[in-house]
Design a protein around this ligand. Sequence first.
Ligand code: FAD
Length: 498
Amino acid sequence: MTSTGLTKESPIIIVGAGVFGLSSAHHLSQAGYKNITVFDKQPYADNAYSTTDGADAASADFNKCMRMSYGEEIDYQRLAFDGIKTWNAWNDEIRSSKSEDLPRGLKPSDLIWNNCGFLRMSIDGQLSAIERATLANLTREGLRETQFVLGDPEDEKRAKSHLRKGEWEKKSDPFGRKRQGKDLVGVFDSTAGFVEASKACIWVMHLCRRNGVRFVLGEKDGQVATFIKDANDKTVGMRTKSGTEYHSKLLILAAGGWTPSLYPAVSSLLETTAGSVAYIQLPPKDQAPDLWDKFSPENFPVYAYGGWSKGHGIGGFPRTEDGIVKIGYRGFKYTNYEDVKDPITGQIHRISVPRTKYWPKPYDPSITKQAVAAIKEVVNEAMPELTAIGITGCRNCWYIDSLDNGFLIDRVPDDNGMLVCSGGSGHGFKFLPVLGREVVEIIEKPEAKNAYGKLWRWRTKEAGPKNGLEQGETGPRNWKKQVMATKEDWKFRETSRL
Ligand SMILES: Cc1cc2nc3c(=O)[nH]c(=O)nc-3n(C[C@H](O)[C@H](O)[C@H](O)COP(=O)(O)OP(=O)(O)OC[C@H]3O[C@@H](n4cnc5c(N)ncnc54)[C@H](O)[C@@H]3O)c2cc1C
């Protein structure tokens, strides 16, 4: 029994079946908790987390970057490295499964984690301070040989013997900068790559089910409408949109971008923002074999074009198995403030809430002109062979950012019936295999004797906002102040031939 009276039989409710909820459910069930129910308003059993079929959580996606490079933040670096062992084991388990034993949306040939490498390019001619800190921390952990500094003769020599034949030439300079006489500065990280996000969620939901976790999914039965409190204001359960009440000894709130609107008390620590994503669908393989080959994970790395959030703020991925090249822009992340009624007090708050393709009502989304301009600039400069195709699709992907970009995983002060498990801040996916292990630690040792419990504890604004959270509704990131791109904007004026 934990100090808060939680036993292995106690009812645990998890709100949200994204990375934070799934990983928590998985590890709690592995730790012997037997009465876990996960609720989600999205019908993931029907749409298999497919973004083209109605799924719109941050965790539902083609791909997410798997990186260990974390600058000064060595705890995240260690956790990411730790996760790789499980990502590899999951790949092996899926590969050796029979098709009929895998959940819908997964087949034995699927790799949910692809170690294609990550090129962290600097575009101002020098390694950034965060890059130097990353190298120092990887050196400290004995992992320096996994990193290859472009232009460093020793590293380049080592890369050629360490990587597959010809891989270094393609992945260290995928945009042909040397050939064009441009600077080529940066680091190739051979430990990194991407994870297939939606497929990874399907897999972990399957593991949870195998361990006895129940899932209640869908807009009516799975959507949590309000929380139930006892006389001491402690959370003791929740009520769904369909009106059914469920009781809990512990409720884990892992609702991603919807967390502050469900529980407004957390809105001074967490803010919902949107990153912009553009897709370029390659022509069918037989019509453009060279493009399919060039952008394949075998030949093309995950890349940051001058830093995820600096410079152009552009990062991208190799093509998917369906030939989709995804490019993300997070130079500027947007907020969407609306009136939100506190489900318990009835009080109205102005809070940033997700406005996805499917939620609250389906609509044809567009991303901002600012994002499209930044993406087109990089495509023009670095991937001109894609300009003839143009942008073919887009998505606003709703994050939940914390004050300081760190996660928030802690019991609510004065309410040990609720634990907020959120604040992914644009980098949470890679931790799917290990995040829940730390959640179990935090639950079982509320005094936070572990490093992650301290790192992710309930913080205050005074701890130093640095994520734009302090700008609020009047700030420049407000959605309503943006100009949205039209489909005409998706085309490139000067196109090169395929
Ligand atoms: C554009 C973009 C790029 C990213 N890139 C990376 C990357 O490269 N690498 C990386 O590691 N991470 C990346 N991330 C971050 C990562 O995706 C997130 O940290 C992670 O997916 C967050 O998971 P979550 O469970 O907190 O939230 P979500 O995935 O949003 O899940 C929350 C769930 O709660 C459910 N929910 C909400 N309200 C209710 C309710 N009332 N009742 C029931 N259910 C409810 C939702 O339906 C949803 O399924 C990126 C995120 C974005 C947006």
